[in-house]
Design a protein around this ligand. Structure first.
Ligand code: GDP
Ligand code: MN
Length: 388
């Protein structure tokens, strides 16, 4: 799960990580008011969307007067921001973060994440932070250092100093960085984050370190036990279909092809998509309806698949282990009628009561094809999608 920058910065404050003075605003008037209250002689207006790369596309703007803060806010609110990380339709800008500006001497990069290879939490840092960190990673990876933390020993002072030296920090900055890293580590563990990124972490003209940007991802499987984090969820920033799926206990991910897939079990879903590709087709989605499938779930799954207008044919692949195939078949019939499925549907049922299930699906007069083996089902659905 993702949260907004302004929310991440509130969490940072709880963990003694310095952030700019600022406040969230949702109207141009309140944005201007925030600027006046903050005082100073410069402000930054930042679009709050669940994506980075805002700076390059006008989602981060520097204002010299409170009136200009209002003007920039008016230009952003209600629009959609398209960045490198959002996809073509972008994300809605429903709120802004207004902050005081600080004189930037250097932009550094600091993040914490779970490294699957070493099975540890690692810190990643670079003195070449800012908007082009991806290029740095690509072209001069030696400018990036990583420090794995031993899970039992925890973050050690020498590790913080190592990062501080790599970032070219001096004197009291070294201790300040240690405090920031410890704060990040504590926050990461306490809230079950999967990634925290500060880019840029700035060094100001007078040597202070401030987190100018803040991005936090949380482990979806842990959000349930952190009601404070769960409350920060902003559904407007997420894929509508994926949200809907979550409500019904379905695992759904949008893909780019034209064959809708409905499968029970994540492993079987993977195998099904592989087979569709092997037969020359492109899956439009990944959909795992789960183990204990019901008629209601099958209906919702069909609605989801069909709400994607690129879907030209549907492949249903169910293995009846715990579920019974005849119940699934009844669910499919109900769904096809209720949801008015206009595209052809190929169904492959195997396992408990598969015979009865197939019998239910044959001779219905509907656009249904009961396949008896998976390879054949995949070939058939690819052909049907091509013919459409
Ligand atoms: P991102 O592009 O979505 O990662 O958004 P950031 O919050 O990182 O902002 C992008 C860039 O805008 C930063 O790398 C800074 O160069 C610049 N920026 C952001 N806030 C300030 C600020 O308070 N003062 C100044 N001078 N520049 C800022
Ligand atoms: Mn950034």
């Amino acid at each position: 799960m993702n949260i907004h920058e302004y929310q991440a910065k509130q969490l940072f404050l709880h963990y003694s990580i310095p952030v700019p003075d600022g406040k969230q605003a949702t109207t141009p008037e309140s944005a201007e008011q925030v600027a006046k209250e903050l005082g100073g002689d410069g402000w930054v207006v930042k679009a709050q969307v669940h994506a980075g790369g805002r700076g390059k596309v006008g989602g981060v703007k520097l204002a010299k007067t409170p009136a200009e803060v209002a003007e920039f806010s008016r230009g952003m609110l209600g629009k959609r921001l398209v960045t490198k990380q959002t996809g073509a339709e972008g994300l809605p800008i429903n709120s802004l973060l207004i902050e005081k500006t600080y004189p930037i001497k250097r932009e550094l990069y600091l993040s914490v994440l779970v490294d699957r290879g070493s099975e540890r939490i690692i810190f990643i840092a670079s003195s070449a932070g800012g908007m082009d960190i991806e290029t740095v990673a690509h072209e001069t990876p030696e400018q990036i250092i990583s420090v794995p933390v031993h899970p039992a020993a925890g973050l050690q002072g020498y590790q913080c100093r190592k990062v501080a030296y790599a970032l070219g920090l001096k004197g009291s900055q070294i201790k300040a960085l240690g405090k920031i890293m410890q704060g990040l580590y504590d926050l990461f563990l306490a809230k079950d984050a999967s990634q925290i990124e500060i880019n840029p972490l700035i060094e100001t003209d007078n040597g202070e370190l401030i987190a100018l940007d803040a991005k936090i991802n949380f482990d979806d499987n842990a959000v349930e036990v952190h009601p404070d984090i769960r409350a920060m969820k902003d559904a407007d920033q997420e894929d509508e279909k994926e949200n809907k799926a979550q409500q019904f206990g379905l695992n759904y991910i949008t893909l780019e092809g034209n064959i809708g897939c409905m499968v029970n079990g994540a492993g079987l879903a993977m195998a099904t998509m592989d087979l569709v590709k092997l037969k020359g087709g492109q899956p439009a989605n990944f959909l795992d309806v789960g183990g204990g499938t019901s008629v209601e779930k099958v209906c919702e799954a069909f609605k989801l698949i069909l709400s994607d207008h690129s879907v030209k044919a549907v492949l249903v692949n169910i293995f009846g282990g715990i579920v019974q195939c005849d119940i699934i078949a009844a669910g499919i019939l109900a769904a096809v009628e209720q949801v008015h499925v206009a595209v052809p549907v190929v169904v492959r049922l195997e396992g408990t009561n598969a015979e009865q299930g197939r019998a239910l699906l044959s001779n219905t007069g509907l656009n249904l094809y009961a396949a008896d083996d998976l390879a054949h089902a995949a070939e058939q659905v690819v052909a049907l999608a091509e013919a459409a």
